[in-house]
Write a protein that binds this ligand. Sequence first.
Ligand code: KG4
Ligand code: ZN
Length: 341
Amino acid sequence: MKILGIETSCDETGVAVYETNVGLLAEGLFSQVELHARFGGVVPELASRDHIAKLTPMIREVLANAGLQLSELDAVAYTAGPGLVGALMVGGSLATALAVGLGIPVIPVHHMEAHLLVTMLEDDPPTLPFLALLVSGGHTLLVEAEAIGDYRIVGETLDDAAGEAFDKVARLLSLPYPGGPALAALAEEGDPIAFNFPRPMRHKGLNFSFSGLKTAVRIALERARLLDGTLDENVRKDIAASFQAAAVDSLVEKSIGALEHTGKTKLVVAGGVGANQELRRKLRLACLERGATVYYPRPALCTDNGAMIAYAGWCRRNEAQLSASIIARPRWPLDELSPVS
Ligand code: KG4
Ligand code: ZN
């Protein structure tokens, strides 16, 4: 079975083809980072328009790279939510129109389930059940996954998502959007213990909170500014490194707490913040210490992409429908999904 996957939930246009028992045949990705950078964040209307412009040529290109004709596809999977409603509609409309035109079924995919499952595309994949740490720009979730679609949320953020915290602190440090990767790069040159930022919600269950940490960074920044309002470059690097250390410690502590709470021995990390090298390093050490195994997709599969949608579509192939109506759900709790039959 060959499935075309289409991702347009936010600011990345992603397309890929997955074939059963073969793997990924081809993929394409276009990041709208430059388009939104001067606004300091994603502008939904611009995102939708750009998805419209990029999607059709990208599908043509990906099919050509896979050596496939449209007529050889068996199904089309698309991100149905959560995400920006206009952006979701672009992918959903094109996927549905394409499938109807070709007389093949469509499969609506939950974006966070796709993040959760994508590690299975890697060599030496994790097998269910496992615990998943999903850390993206919009979500921070600890999910007990028993089977595909059988998910229990055991921890989540009470305010900002982890990626959102990276992005907001990056902005305070005058780093370009999207802040996460830029902040991580700056942090590499700083001292992670120069500032003793709080580890939020320490010893208080499995939920996260990042807004207090962000405020602590803001206050430290105000105090560190020189009389002319500028900031010493080394202090800037130390603040970045100390923030990253606090945010990562919080993610690691809660993940280890959730492994203990659920009795799981496998931890799967996914979502954009999962690309963070410091998080990977500390989680690997912490899991090693307690005899658990941690799995990550390669960094390119952590951030949004079409491959995860094609693969999640394959996992949910039993739900494929001919001529279905377009689904776009901006909010869609992960634990509302039902197990695959
Ligand atoms: O999963 P994703 O690509 O999109 C969403 O579904 O949100 O995640 C994007 C988020 C952004 O907040 C970005 O700043 C963050 O992931 N991110 C990182 C890194 N790479 C991306 N945060 C920290 N370190 C990174 N290396
Ligand atoms: Zn995502």
